[in-house]
Design a protein around this ligand. Structure first.
Ligand code: ATP
Ligand code: MG
Length: 326
């Protein structure tokens, strides 16, 4: 390990429990330089700013960032931080684990969600007392950048191609542009694509998740459909995510601050530790990332488990069990 700088932002709520747990796992596998930074409700209360400029600057300069969660201020924190790493894709694996109750135990789907445009980059207007509108932004360049990432991603995964979810039959101009750009890049690279209308996908992934492996989506569709898949694998405490940019990355559990259990020391650290595994892979430490994932899987299967998975262990006990498996 070359002493890469990793910014650590626990944030609010259970972020303060699961992020230190994930950091302890990173410390167990490598020599990194950790920089603690603040963001979220607590720092806003103290200083008036949810995202202090020094936090933004550190994230924009670091090799990678591990983020927990922010409460009320989530949008003020996470959107600028994604921009700080120039993140154009949100990678969200939804995978069921042996030993964990899941609606669909055969689920193992990775969503590659466009992270910069669509309706989230659009402009909303109130045109009258009766009428509001929203414009939707889709560029060929952002769609192609996502497609290039997707092609490399499936090659690394040893897959032949990916599904592409869209609604180009209705949104012919915007989703049509997205579809044409993504399919164009994949064709050029010899990567197979199968198109699926996003509404049909929602049904099909529930009925037969094993039919899907990698799914490329526009921003809003990726947000909604990956949460739907989260429901299939059982438990927000298990889902990691990566916001990937050309050089840097921001890694965070999909769950939020979990105010109902915050402060009790019982949050499941698996999602944060699996996010740390994605961080390791982003830095090029594929072996270490795989080791961490295997250790989490072993602990999920054999225990100890936190209460959300039917156990009675605390966050630190689970993290300690993961470290001892490494
Ligand atoms: P926020 O507004 O910060 O997203 P929320 O109320 O939506 O907060 P989430 O964090 O999204 O809460 O959690 C939703 C549910 O999932 C809560 O019941 C929470 O306890 C549970 N949950 C979330 N993360 C974890 C975790 N790491 N371990 C155990 N349970 C969790
Ligand atoms: Mg939430």
């Amino acid at each position: 390990m070359a002493g890469e700088e990793i910014v650590v932002i626990p944030g609010d709520g259970v972020g303060n429990e699961v992020v230190p747990a994930a950091r302890s796992v990173l410390e167990a596998v490598g020599e990194f330089e950790f920089v603690e930074a603040e963001a979220g409700d607590a720092v806003k209360e103290r200083t008036g700013e949810a995202l202090p400029p020094e936090t933004y600057d550190r994230v924009a300069a670091a090799d990678a960032t591990l983020f927990g969660a922010a409460g009320e201020t989530a949008a003020d924190v996470i959107l600028p931080l994604r921009e700080a790493v120039d993140s154009f894709v949100n990678v969200r694996p939804a995978r069921a684990y042996p030993g964990v109750d899941a609606l669909r135990p055969e689920t193992d789907v990775v969503f590659l969600r466009e992270n910069t445009e669509g309706v989230y980059a659009g402009h909303e207007s109130r045109l009258s007392g009766d009428l509001s509108t929203l414009t939707r932004v889709v560029t060929t360049s952002a769609s192609e950048r996502l497609a290039e990432f997707a092609c490399e991603f499936v090659a690394d995964r040893g897959a032949d191609g990916f599904h592409l979810a869209h609604k180009a039959n209705v949104m012919r101009e915007t989703d049509g542009r997205f579809r044409d750009a993504v399919v164009g890049v994949a064709d050029e690279r010899g990567v197979e694509t199968e198109e699926v209308l996003m509404d049909a996908f929602a049904t099909r992934v529930c009925l037969d998740p094993a039919a899907f492996d990698v799914v490329v989506c526009p921003n809003l569709a990726g947000d909604v459909l990956s949460d739907l898949a989260a429901g299939l694998v059982g438990g927000l405490g298990l889902l990691p995510s990566a916001n990937v940019g050309p050089e840097r990355g921001l890694f965070e559990p999909v769950h939020g601050t979990a105010p109902d259990i915050a402060g009790e020391g019982v949050a499941n650290p698996a999602a944060a530790i699996l996010s740390a595994a994605m961080l390791l892979e982003h830095l090029g430490y594929d072996g270490e990332g795989a080791d961490v994932r295997a250790a989490v899987e072993a602990v999920l299967s054999d225990g100890p488990r936190t209460p959300d998975l039917g156990g009675d262990a605390g966050t630190d006990e689970v993290a300690e069990a993961v470290r001892s498996r490494l």
